[in-house]
Design a protein around this ligand. Structure first.
Ligand SMILES: [Zn+2]
Length: 276
């Protein structure tokens, strides 16, 4: 987006695939500007490895939890290894079985080495024919864009810009994505302001926002980087240190609030200047 280039994204997993055309401003020959990638993913995905770890102190609730706990036990015993051998996978499968026995939520489960490998190596199932379908569509979009750049028109690019394909049902679903006015990449959020906070707590941050004329009590405040919630609407300000929520000096936050009945969103860089 920042390079001003047309970007055509595509992905497939299992029986689903998609093709997504992204046109930044200044590429009028190719087509009208679209929403940017960040508009499409306003909340950044959580770190899955960290999320899975939260099941470790408790009991496994799914087969996947068992495998992840088994892997954790394996790493505690042996230390992290670069790549699992076939014997390692069998050992993790046995540790996963024991985890299932200890869990009140599951009956005893058994695991195969390939299943363990799929989870611990984070593999996604791919069906090559689905890849073939979306790759063909992707290729057509690339060809159309290239022709248009060189002033030949063989047809317009995908509009709406996102097309989802379900091989299971044989259905193509076009999806429109409107640019997000406050997007930190392509919207008003890209012009980042500064928020000076003198008391580095959630309460102090809301106070600073109020000082900027933002109705802070009704605002949703998140870390711009990954969407971690700092304060919910009506949450009020408390003494939770901002550092506990991953908001340190120079961190960007995103504030979504209402003004004159309209939803607004702004990205601010936090400057902590503690009063002493
Ligand atoms: Zn955007």
């Amino acid at each position: 987006w920042e390079l001003g280039r047309v970007y055509i994204d595509s992905a497939a997993t299992g029986f689903k695939g998609n093709v997504h055309v992204i046109i930044p401003p200044g590429q009028g020959a190719v087509g009208e500007r679209t929403a940017c990638m960040r508009c499409f993913y306003p909340v950044q995905p959580a770190d899955d490895a960290g999320a899975a770890a939260c099941t470790l102190p408790g009991h496994a609730r799914t087969r996947e939890h068992c495998i992840l706990k088994g892997e954790e036990m394996f790493i505690r015993e042996r230390g992290a290894v670069e790549d699992y051998t076939a014997e390692d996978l069998v050992e993790i499968a046995e540790l996963a079985r024991r985890t299932s026995v200890e869990s009140p939520y599951l009956d005893e489960q058994t695991f195969t080495a390939p299943e363990v490998e799929n989870v611990v190596k984070n593999k996604l199932p791919a069906i090559i024919t689905v890849n073939a379908v979306v790759a063909s569509i992707l290729s057509h979009e690339v060809l159309k864009a290239l022709h248009r750049i060189y002033e030949r028109d063989i047809g317009p690019l995908l509009d709406p810009p996102y097309l989802e394909y379900s091989a299971r049902y044989g259905i193509f679903t076009p999806m429109g994505i409107e640019p997000d006015e406050g997007c930190p990449v392509c919207g008003t959020g890209a012009g980042v302001g500064t928020l000076t906070v003198t008391t580095p707590t959630v309460g102090g941050l809301l106070e600073a926002l109020s000082g900027m004329g933002i109705a802070a009590d009704g605002a949703l405040v998140t870390r711009a980087l990954d969407g971690t919630v700092v304060s919910r609407p009506g949450g009020g300000g408390d003494g939770t240190p901002l550092a506990d929520l991953g908001v340190s000096d120079a961190e960007r936050i995103r504030v979504t609030y209402r003004e004159d009945g309209e939803r607004r969103s702004v990205v601010l860089e936090v400057a902590v200047e503690e009063d002493r």
